[in-house]
Design a protein around this ligand. Sequence first.
Ligand code: ATP
Ligand code: MG
Length: 364
Amino acid sequence: MTAAPRTFRIAAIPADGVGKEVVAAGRAVLDALAETSKSSAAPFAFVWEEFPWGCEFYERTGKMMDDDGLEQLKGFDAIYFGAVGWPTVPDHVSLWGLRLKICQNFDQWANVRPVHFLPGVQSPLRKADDTELDWVVVRENSEGEYAGLGGRNLSARGHGGEVAVQSALFTEVGCERIMRFAFDLARTRAHKKVSSVTKSNAQQYGMVLWDDVFKRVAADYPDVETESVLVDAMSAKFVLKPEDLSVVVASNLNADILSDLGSALAGSLGLAASANLNPERRFPSMFEPVHGSAPDIAGQGLANPVGAVGSAALMLDHFGLPDQAARLNKAIEATTAAGILTRDVGGTATTDDVVKALIDALNA
Ligand code: ATP
Ligand code: MG
C-alpha cells in the first residue's frame, strides 16, 4: 500500500513576459517530479493555484494585484513567481505594486542567490573546465538602499532645480539577522567562509553599523572564516578570484548588483535561481528566477527555464525535501551537459526542448 502523498499548496504568479513561459516550465518539471514519487515510500504532490496579476492585469484594472491579494496568498506553502515588468507600465509601479509588496509584507528578509556553474555552459571567466566554482550571494531583502525612504521636489538651499533624496536604512536587528543567516548557511557548506560587502569607506553611517554588527556576529562563529570587502573590490574578486568565495553577504543594492554579475559569470542571467525567504515561516516564502521579464525575447519560446527550475529546487529545500532538490539539480546538470541549451547560452533549444530534457532526465 502506498502512503497518502504529502501535499504542498503553491501560489503561481507568472506575471509578465518570459515569467509566463518559465513558470509554466517549472510547473511541468515539478509535476513530473511529483509523478515519479507516486509509487515511492514518501510520495508528494503539488496543488497549484495560478494568479493573473502583473502588467496586463494593471492595464485592465489599474492595479498590479487584487486589493486583498496578500490575504489570498497567506495560506500557501510557497509562492512560485515569474518576473514582473513590461514597457507599458513604469518599472517602479510594477515592481512596488507586486513583487516588492509581497517581499515586504511577508517579511521575506533573506534573499538567497546561488552562483552555480553548470557543465556544458561556457563561462566568460577564464578558468579550467575542472575548476569548481560555487558560491551564494545572501542579500538583505528588507531595508538598506531599497527602503523607499526619501522624496522628490524637496526645497534645498542654494539649488535651482529639483532636488531628490534617496536614503538607505540600516538597523542593527536587520543587519544581525541577515548575518546570522549567512553564517548558519556557511556552516552547512564545505568552504566555511562569509565575505561581508559594504562601501563603508564612503558611506559612513549605515555601512559602518553593518561592519560593526558583522564583527560582533562573527565572534559567535569562530569556526567560520570571514573577510570584509568593499563592493568595488568584490566586483573585481568575482571575476579574478572567485574560488575564494563561499557565502557573500551584502545589503539590498550591493547584493542585487553582485548577484547579476555572478549569474552572468556563470553563463547567463537565465540560469540564476533565487529564494526570498521568511526564515521564521510566519508567511509564505517566494521562489523566482533572478532575471526579469525579458521583453526582447518574450513569447518566442526562447526563454531559458533553468533559473526558474533551479528556483523550484530551492523551494523543495524549503519544503524539507533536500533529496528531491538534489534530483532536480542533477537533472539540470544532465541537461546542460548533454548540450541541450537555449540561445542565451549558445544553443538552439527552445524552452519546451529543455523542459522535455529535464523531465526525461528525472525519469532516467
Ligand atoms: P529587471 O529589471 O526585471 O531585472 P532587466 O531589465 O534587468 O529586468 P531582464 O528582463 O532580466 O532585464 O533581461 C536582461 C537580458 O537578459 C535580456 O537581453 C534578456 O533577453 C536576457 N534574459 C533574461 N532572462 C532570460 C531567460 N530566462 N532566458 C534567456 N535570456 C534571458
Ligand atoms: Mg535586472
